[in-house]
Design a protein around this ligand. Structure first.
Ligand code: ADP
Ligand code: MG
Length: 629
């Protein structure tokens, strides 16, 4: 047996580095946070090869005195914490005195710094321990090169350059969001990527999350005692259109917190379709004594003293911010929740039928009276959405066009090209021949673009078109998962402008995408070309589908196999592939849907557990009219 012995310092630092330095992005985070703690007004980040070759952070903060340079890279050396009481009220980003020591143990690190008031700067080389005079106008430059040069085993865990770069950029964005008054610049491989001028929180949000996010989101501003919440949350109907940007900050620190996310999810619960994700950037400030940031070495988790109180406060503040959409809420309630199935379409044609806008708690509003329950506007006054109409016409033409090599009249060809991929009997079929009526009957009409009405032996069948189609696609995709997918080549590749994160996700998950039936190649940095797609989905809108998929994949924890995400990924694909509400369908298409439902297992429930169809028997109808039979 070997004897117990104390580990050498260098080894202890390397062990600690495992927690603090996960990848180049960790260097960006720690070094930029140090710059901010030093009171910097401008921070410049220079990366090479995704940060693996170099991460250099320059600031104009107060600098480090010559005699403290060597100390800065020692473990547990910090200028930010003095007593145990300090630990109870942390106001700086750093306090553990670990980052520089950890970083210095896994790369070649030099610090050049000029403390305020000193005649010139000094440069400290952490590898050789050398200290020499240097030239620097002010502030500090920390230069880290060759990450993991001395720990090759860890080097192997690094991903591609583009992936590592994307994480670095994201790390900087997170810090920059919380500090709009500081200027930030980022360059990668000598190319300037980001340039953020100091500005208002609003300007910083727009610069980093896009004007669209600001336009489609609501402001939040709430305070209660020691807690304050501000920021923006996406309007429910815009949720999920873009990859969700979700940022929680507690006292200026980006955090992941289940309780905060839970509060947010609950605030959106009535208004958001299950699989959609709200985008938000929320900043919570709280008396530092009421929150513990010393939970995790990377300080990405926090613990609230009274998490129930914070939960209720956040829930209430977000709910109130979303409240002006009460009208929408009422409408969705009247619709039995259908509108929530496709919030992004927010069908304009249904606006006129919105006949009561009384607040929820007004007397009598719970049981709508006649004027409320009936559409107040005649059907003719529907607002016409030209774009939706054109989109549908293109879809229908594509869906019903004969496939190549078959004659125009070929029934099989039509059936094959139908979006529901099933034989499509004609309407005449429906009128007689009750004996042969299939279980779900034959289509009669489409109601408000949402429901399909069909007649079967028992009476009337009502089908939620989107939900039913989604379910069918989902079941088919599941079947296809274990086989080679049926792939359709696109005549014209779909070119997508992507951001660094989407690009990196594509790069990392190529084999999964291929397995799903997508052939996607790169045209250059920031551009992808979709050359083929799964045949089941190729007729739908591919761009949002591919984006949603990339987003889904980027959220996958690396430690889990794709298999464990199969259902989630396929559900996303099905949702995007399914016929959207408000798309008129032809009678043959509707019949095809009914037949496909009959042939699909579990087709009577949508992926979110709601029914996809209901039967109203003749007896039930008779009862509605007090008709004795
Ligand atoms: N950019 C910088 N400007 C001024 N001082 C710095 C800078 N970076 C690090 N330091 C000093 O080095 C010390 C150690 O840094 P670090 O290891 O990150 O620990 P911590 O930030 O937790 O104190 C800090 O407490 C600070 O005094
Ligand atoms: Mg630090």
């Amino acid at each position: 047996m070997s004897r117990i012995h104390l580990l050498p310092d260098a080894l202890i630092n390397q062990i600690a580095a495992g927690e603090v330095v996960e990848r180049p992005a960790s260097l960006v985070k720690e070094l930029v946070e140090n710059a901010l703690d030093a009171g910097a007004c401008a921070v410049e980040v220079t990366l090479e090869q995704g940060g693996v070759r170099r991460v250099r952070v320059k600031d104009d903060g107060h600098g480090i005195a010559r005699e403290e340079l060597a100390l800065a890279v020692m473990r547990h050396a910090t200028s930010k914490l003095h007593t145990a009481e300090d630990l109870e009220r942390i106001a700086t980003m750093g306090f553990r005195g670990e980052a520089l020591a950890a970083i210095a143990s896994v790369c070649r690190l030099t610090i050049t710094s000029r403390a305020r008031g000193s005649e010139h700067a000094w440069r400290f080389d952490a590898v050789s321990g050398e200290l020499a005079p240097a030239a620097l106008e002010s502030g500090t430059v920390i230069d880290c090169t060759d990450l993991y040069y001395n720990t090759p085993a860890r080097r192997k865990f690094l991903k591609s350059e583009s992936t590592e770069y994307a994480h670095c950029e994201e790390a900087l964005r997170r810090v920059a969001l919380a500090r709009p008054e500081v200027a930030f610049a980022l360059s990668h491989n000598a190319r300037s990527v980001l340039h953020l001028k100091p500005g208002t929180p609003q300007e910083r949000l727009a610069a980093l999350l896009g004007e669209k996010f600001v336009e489609h989101s609501r402001p939040i501003e709430a305070a209660a005692g020691p807690v304050r919440l501000f920021g923006r949350v996406i309007e429910p109907r815009h949720a999920g259109e873009n990859r969700p940007l979700q940022y929680w900050f507690v006292n200026g620190r980006f955090v992941r917190d289940r309780m905060l996310n839970q509060a947010l999810r609950q605030a959106y619960a009535d208004v958001l379709h299950g699989s959609r994700q709200p985008a938000f950037a929320l900043f919570l400030t709280i008396d530092p004594a009421l929150v513990d940031v010393n939970v995790h070495p990377a300080k990405i988790e926090v613990r609230f003293r009274d998490s129930q109180a914070v939960f209720r406060f956040v829930l209430d503040a977000v709910r109130r911010a979303l409240a002006p959409s009460r009208i929408v809420l009422e409408q969705e309630q009247n619709d039995g929740g259908e509108a929530a199935a496709a919030p992004s379409e927010s069908p304009p044609s249904r606006q006129p039928s919105l006949s009561y806008t009384a607040p929820r708690d007004a007397p009598g509003s719970r049981t709508p009276t006649y004027p409320a329950a009936f559409p107040s506007a005649p059907a003719g006054s529907r607002v016409h959405d030209a774009a939706a109409e054109a989109a549908y016409l293109a879809f229908a033409r594509a869906a019903l066009a004969p496939t190549q090599g078959m004659t125009e009249t070929s029934f099989a060809a039509r059936a094959k090209a139908s979006p529901f991929d099933a034989p499509a009997p004609t309407a005449e079929f429906a009128s007689d021949d009750a004996m042969a009526t299939p279980p779900l009957g034959y289509a009669l009409a489409q109601l408000h673009g949402i429901y399909l009405l069909a007649q079967n032996a028992a009476g009337l069948v009502l089908v939620d078109i989107h939900a039913a189609h989604e379910r069918i696609l989902y079941e088919r995709l599941k079947e296809a998962w274990d086989r080679t997918p049926n792939v359709q080549r696109l005549l014209v590749p779909l070119v997508l402008a992507v951001d660094a994160r989407e690009y990196a996700t594509w790069d990392e998950h190529r084999s999964t995408l291929e397995r799903l039936g997508f052939d996607i190649g790169a045209l250059g940095p920031g551009q992808l070309a979709v050359r083929s797609a799964p045949a089941l989905l190729a007729q739908g809108a591919l761009e949002p589908l591919v984006r949603a998929l990339l987003h889904e994949l980027s959220e996958m924890p690396q430690s889990l196999a794709v298999e464990s995400f199969r259902d989630k990924i396929l559900a996303t694909m099905a949702c995007h592939g399914a016929v959207r509400a408000n798309r008129p369908l032809t009678v043959p298409e509707m019949n095809a849907l009914l037949r496909a439902m009959e042939r699909t297992e579990r087709s009577d429930q949508c992926n979110h557990g709601r029914p996809t169809w209901v039967q109203l028997s003749l007896t039930e109808l008779d009862r509605l009219f007090l008709r004795g039979r």
